[in-house]
Design a protein around this ligand. Sequence first.
Ligand code: 2HA
Ligand code: ZN
Length: 275
Amino acid sequence: MKVLEAEFVQGFIRMANDGWEQGWHERNGGNLTYRIKPEEIEAAADDLNKGGQWREIGTSVPQLAGEYFLVTGSGKYFRNISIKPDDSIAIVELDENGENYRICWGLVNGGRPTSELPSHLMNHEVKKIASKGKHRVIYHAHTTNVIALSFVLPLKDEIFTRELWEMATECPVVFPDGVGVVDWMVPGGREIAVATSELMKKYDVAIWAHHGIFCSGEDFDLTFGLMHTVEKSAEILVKTLSMRPDKLQTITAQNFRDLAVDFEVTLPEEFLYEK
Ligand code: 2HA
Ligand code: ZN
C-alpha cells in the first residue's frame, strides 16, 4: 500500500488541517506525531526507504526502541500539509536503543522532523507506559485563548484546571485528571521535554505558558477533541473576563462532586477547593 493511501495517514492529514482551520498554526507553529501500529507500518512496508542516515534524537526513549512515527516536519506549515503532505510530514523509524532516528518516507524536498521531537517522543514514552499502549497521538498547538490566560492566571495546575472546568460542564468529563502548567521555558530542547513529560505522567494536557498546549490521546478524534475542548473553555473564560472581572454565578465544587457521581468520573479533591 502507498503510505498516502493509508487510513492513519489520511487521519493525520485531516487532523492537521482541522488545527490549521481553527487558527492554531500560524506560520510553522505547532507539531503533531503519531505512534504507528505494527500492522499499519507492515501494510506500507513497500513504500518505505530503509537506507536513510541515522541521526540523534537529542534524548533517549528506550521504551520506544524500534517503533515508527508519523511526524510533522521542522519549519513546515500546517497550512500546506493537506496540499503537499510528502513535502511536509515524514515517517521516522527509531533505532534499537531509542537514541537515533532515520527518515523512511516523506520530507521529499529535504528537512528534519519537528523541532519538538524530543518533547514528543518523551511524552509518547510516558503515555505509552501510563496508558498500557493505548495512547498514540501527541499534539502541540498555539491555542490563542489558553495562551492569553497564561498572562493573567497564576501558573498553577489547580488554578488552570478549576477555571477551565468551570467554563463548560463537559470539561471535567473530558479531562477529569486536570491540566498541568509549565512555566515559560525555551522550546525545542530536552529541558522542556523533561518538564512536560513529568506532567504527562499525571495529565493528558500540559499548558506551556505564553506558548500553547501539548496534549495526548488514543486516536486523532480524541486528541483533537481534547485540544478543542480545552481551548473552547479558555475562550469562554476570556470572553467572561472581558465582560466583567468576576462571575455572578458559576459551577460550584459541590456541583462538580454531583456531576462526578452521575458521569462516573473521579475528580481529584485538590481541584475542588473552596474559593
Ligand atoms: O514552530 O511550535 O514549539 C514549531 C513550534 C515550536
Ligand atoms: Zn510551539
